[in-house]
Each structure stands twice: as C-alpha cells, then as structure tokens.
Design a protein around this ligand. Structure first.
Ligand SMILES: NC(=O)C1=CN([C@@H]2O[C@H](COP(=O)(O)OP(=O)(O)OC[C@H]3O[C@@H](n4cnc5c(N)ncnc54)[C@H](OP(=O)(O)O)[C@@H]3O)[C@@H](O)[C@H]2O)C=CC1
Ligand SMILES: CC(=O)N[C@@H](CCC(=O)OP(=O)(O)O)C(=O)O
Length: 349
C-alpha cells in the first residue's frame, strides 16, 4: 500500500510540531505539506533542529489546491480556522482531522456561546465524528471529518466512563480537578505563561467556567446509564511543567461498592484498549509515566468509609490529549494497525 499523503495546517504550533515528531516514525504516512503563514519559506529543520534529517519540507502558506491533493489534512490551528477551510476540502473528498474545538460540540448555540463567535458550517459539525476511540471506534472508521477531543476532556472522560456506563455514580455531582502543563496553552507569548510567572508556583484558573465543560458533559451524557443529566464541576489548574495533565476525579457512589469491584470494573472496561492502562490497585500515576506517548494511565481508589470514588487519570496533553490521539484516529480511519507510529514508551526521567 502506498503511503497516505498528509498535510498539517498550523505546523509551527506545539500540536503541529508534535504531529511532525510522531509522524517521522510512522511508516504509513508521508507529510507532503506543512503550513505556517509567519514562517512560509523556512525549512522545517531550521526552525526545529530536533527534526533535522527527518523532513526536507519548508513551511508554506495554506493553499487549498495543495491541501486538496492530500488524502488527509490535519488542522492544528486555533478554533475558528478549520471551519473556514473544511467545507471545500470535504466537498473534494479529502478526509480531515481537526485538533481544534471547531467540530466537537453538536449543539451549535452552545459552541457559539463558549467560543464567542458564529459557527461557519453547523451542518458539518452535525456530521463530524468525535474522535475518542474508546467510545466511538466504529464510527471513526468511516469518518470524513474527525473532531479530536480536547486535552482535559480526554483525561476526564476516560476516568469517568466506566463508572457512568455501569450506573455506579450519580451523574449530577461529578467533580474534576485537573492540572495541565503550560504547553496546553499553545506556543504563544503571553505574560501569564512566562517561566518567571509560573515556575515554582501552582494556581487554578477559569474556575468560574472553562470551555471544555460543555464538551465533557456532552461526552459523558452519551455514555451514562440511569436517570439525570451529567453535571460536572470542573476546575483546571496550571502545572509548572511543559507537558502533562493530571486529573483527580470524584464521584458519589450510588450504592456501596468495594474497591476491588471498582478495580475489576475498570480492568474489564479497558482490557482491549491499547492506550488505556489501568494501574494496579493503590497506584498513583505520574504525568511523567506518559510523557510523549498516547497512553492514558488510570488508577481507581476509594477513600476508607466514604461513598466516594476517586479516579486519577494522567495523559500527555500534546499526545493522547491532541496529536498522538489524532494519529490513533488516522490509523483507525485508514485501516492501519491502531498502534502504528505510537509504540515508543515514555521519556524518563
Ligand atoms: N496545546 C495543547 O495541549 C492542545 C491544543 N489543542 C488545540 O489544537 C489547536 C492547536 O493548538 P497549539 O498547537 O497549542 O496552538 P499554537 O498556538 O501553538 O499554534 C497554532 C498554529 O496555527 C497556525 N495558525 C494560527 N492562525 C492561523 C490561521 N488563521 N490560518 C492558518 N494557520 C493558522 C500558526 O501558524 P501561523 O500563524 O504562522 O500560520 C501555528 O502554527 C488549538 O485549537 C488548540 O486548542 C488541543 C488539545 C491540546
Ligand atoms: C494550560 C492551558 O491553558 N490549557 C488550555 C487547554 C485548552 C486546549 O488546548 O484545548 P482546546 O483544543 O479545546 O482549545 C486552556 O485551558 O485553555
């Protein structure tokens, strides 16, 4: 089989360059175009010496003809960008994997409220497949437009899914405290992201409402059995690291359930999932254990004499939270081995 021809729009951002890093080791994909308006004409290997020897390409300005000549186009761009270009690509038969939030939320009024702009193609959002393979693998196979989940939504949904599917926790009072490394905010100069502002410090942000909330509630609403809407209290935090999300999730058990039963539930639910690792009972997974990988490591715990279940879920925000999950989706969409290009273990230390 000849290599799949892929383009990346937004190749100088953190998720774009993470796609380049991972695809350099993918035998089934050839990157034929990589865009940046600011760096058009600059060789990829000049801006990112870590990729010297892997790519001969230069960054170019986005050009619809060049994009339409590919089998698949990744959008690693701020929200609002993909929705302007995707309709033409879709009409020309190109498959699209969007890492932004443009096509994740089905209710367009909700999307417009949280993202503060009018959606350019609501009809395509309705058709887009939400790319969380652990829930939607069958639909991903035939997706022409794939909406990659956000980073916090990936970590949080994977942690709550077994409990909600089994109807073991009340959906109305879920709590998620989650912390992200600074690369989650993208490769832009912002004072609040400076090293001197964040290093050796820790803080919450957007506690009054974060745009990932409706995405998470939509996803969890689709899997929970039993009555009541999913209602989540979600507080994100900024972790003074580069990569990694650590989510601590709390649910109220609807009936007394032992920690052994909870462990067995998680092990059974994710037994066949190549990228979800249910850790041994009593574990406390670290973000470092998933750095640079597509893995989500999960531990389920039950504080003594409480009807609360605590789930710890860690991912790399740039990998399972974005670019590696995008490649997992590509593998499924194009009938490749789901693990291809994603098998290296985490960096240590
Ligand atoms: N960082 C993370 O951990 C995660 C990010 N995401 C999402 O992925 C997307 C990319 O994020 P990230 O890599 O962090 O972003 P960055 O800000 O680091 O990079 C954005 C990229 O998009 C390009 N770009 C910006 N505006 C346009 C435009 N109008 N047309 C074409 N290209 C444009 C930029 O290049 P240039 O301006 O030169 O063209 C740059 O290469 C975002 O939607 C983000 O929310 C999702 C999950 C996790
Ligand atoms: C640390 C940090 O700032 N993280 C980002 C994560 C958002 C993100 O990248 O996700 P989307 O694709 O949904 O925009 C934030 O909280 O806005």
């Amino acid at each position: 089989m000849s290599a799949i021809k892929a383009a990346i729009v937004g190749g100088t951002g953190y998720t774009g360059v993470e796609l380049l890093r991972l695809l350099a080791g993918h035998p089934g994909v050839e990157v034929t175009a990589i865009t940046s308006r600011a760096e058009a004409g600059t060789p990829v290997s000049e801006l990112f010496p870590s990729l010297r020897g892997h790519y001969d390409l230069k960054f170019c300005a986005p050009d619809i003809e060049q994009l339409a000549a590919c089998d698949v186009v990744f959008f690693a761009t701020p929200h609002g960008v993909a929705q302007a270009q995707v309709p033409e690509l879709i009409s020309r038969g190109v498959r699209v994997i969007d890492l932004s939030a443009d096509f994740r939320i089905k209710d367009i009024a909700t999307w417009e409220q949280w993202y503060g702009q009018k959606h350019a193609c609501p009809e395509l959002a309705a058709d887009a497949v939400y790319g969380l393979p652990e829930v939607n693998r069958a639909q991903i196979v035939d997706a022409q437009l794939l909406a990659c989940p956000g980073c916090y939504p990936t970590a949080i949904q994977l942690g709550f899914i077994p409990l909600l599917e089994a109807g073991l926790i009340s959906p109305e009072n879920l709590i998620a405290n989650a912390a992200s490394g600074a690369s989650g905010a993208g490769r832009q100069g912002k004072t609040e992201l400076l090293f001197a502002e964040n290093n050796d410090s820790f803080r919450a942000y957007a506690a009054g409402g974060h745009r990932h909330l409706p995405e998470i509630e939509q996803g969890l609403g689709g899997v929970h059995t039993g009555s009541g809407d999913v209602r989540l209290t979600f507080v994100p935090h900024l972790l003074p690291t580069v990569r990694g999300i650590h989510a601590t999730l709390y649910g109220t058990l609807a009936q007394d359930t032992s920690v052994e039963a909870l462990q067995a539930l998680f092990e059974k639910r994710y037994r066949d999932e190549p990228f979800v690792d249910v850790m041994p009972a009593g574990s406390h997974p670290q973000t470092r254990s998933v750095r640079g990988t597509n893995m989500c490591r999960i531990a389920v715990l039950k504080p003594q004499d409480r009807n609360t279940v605590v789930v710890l879920s860690v991912i790399d925000n740039l990998a399972k939270g974005a670019s590696a999950q995008a490649i997992q989706n590509l593998n499924i969409m194009f009938g490749l081995n789901e693990n291809q290009g994603l098998e290296s273990p985490a960096l240590l230390p």
